[in-house]
Design a protein around this ligand. Sequence first.
Ligand SMILES: [Ca+2]
Length: 430
Amino acid sequence: MAPSILTTAGGLLLLVSLSSAQIRGDNLATCTTNDGFGKYCPTTCGVTDYMLRYRNGVEDDLEDMQRQLDTIANLTQGADETIVYMKDSAFAAQKTSQPDPYHKKSTNMLDDIVRFEKTITAQEQQIYELQSLISSNERRMTDLKQLSIQLQQKCAEPCKESVEIQPLTGTDCQDIANKGATTNGLYYVKPLKATEQFLVYCEIDSFGRGFTVIQRRRDGSLDFHKDWIQYKNGFGYLSPDDTTEFWLGNEKIHLLSTAVTMPTVLRIELVDWEGNKRYADYTAFSVGSEVDMYRLQYGYYYGGDAGDAFNGFDFGDDPSDKFYTSHNGMQFSTFDKDNDKYAGNCAQQDGSGWWMNRCHAAHLNGKYYQGGRYSEKDAGEFGFDNGIIWVTWHNRWYSLKETTMKIIPLSRITAGGGQQAGVKQFAGLS
Ligand SMILES: [Ca+2]
């Protein structure tokens, strides 16, 4: 009997270790979200894959546990029968014989039997608990399978379908506003030289001005450390409610800024971590073709209250600081395409794509620093100012909270003036 008890105990140990499998379904920390799902396809798609991967393993475990329980149940039954038999034998022996060593021996055996009975009762209780565990695991598996099927169906739908796209189209957002659009949102545009239409976020204000947004930073949710092709095509996600970060793409910015004969204004809007807002306008803005490495060109600083950081900045390190940190006329650089004026690679050092000189006084595609303030040490391997920078407002160790880069024809910019102009004008009327 002793060996069978040992086997039973061993089986129980195995069961207890197997039962730890039940917590695996909660351990989703290892489920990495995929950048490709975008805003409108929930990242729970990853859960589906995870579920499908681990389901088979859990099913095997459950089957194994069931087999173990059957074995234990058989063993318990065998032990029960043996005990009954031993009890009978002991009582029979007690009746037929006188007190002697044999009687003492049988009394000891009875004590053993009582102990074994207790063990068996405890084991039966454990078996009962394990059986409930299996049942609850099975129910859980069923629920999870159901959830997995639902998620699979949801993830099979194209992500774009849940995004509201406005029906009006035009050559740019101003054209769309001219056609009567009054709400911010996503619109299809097709600039003159474009071979196909593409989606943009239009900011349309109460003056009937239609800004085409080409860059947006707002919370650091998007990594701007991207290569030439990604900067060329654009990255991130457009949202109808302006809740996401993106770079529209150099090719599209080139098409938008060179399609019209009238000058285009680039408006840069900045927000710092104290909630202050500033802006800077550059007129006759254009971005060249890929052959010319998407060169930045503008006529002059048209105005604003953020200062003219594109013109470079005298940091005091070197007499030619200002010359070497200006941006007008610079080609675009990424870590894998160095078009800067520096012996090293500015885009690689600063982890972004930008119109790098040697290197910059304005850097709106820089690394996102929560809270804004950072140091050479925070900047990592190279230790340079690689945050979101506009040095004519905050210094080079202050990374801005939000940025917007948007364009509009020069003829329309004066309709509203600066960022706060709308408020000022209404205030002036009262
Ligand atoms: Ca270089």
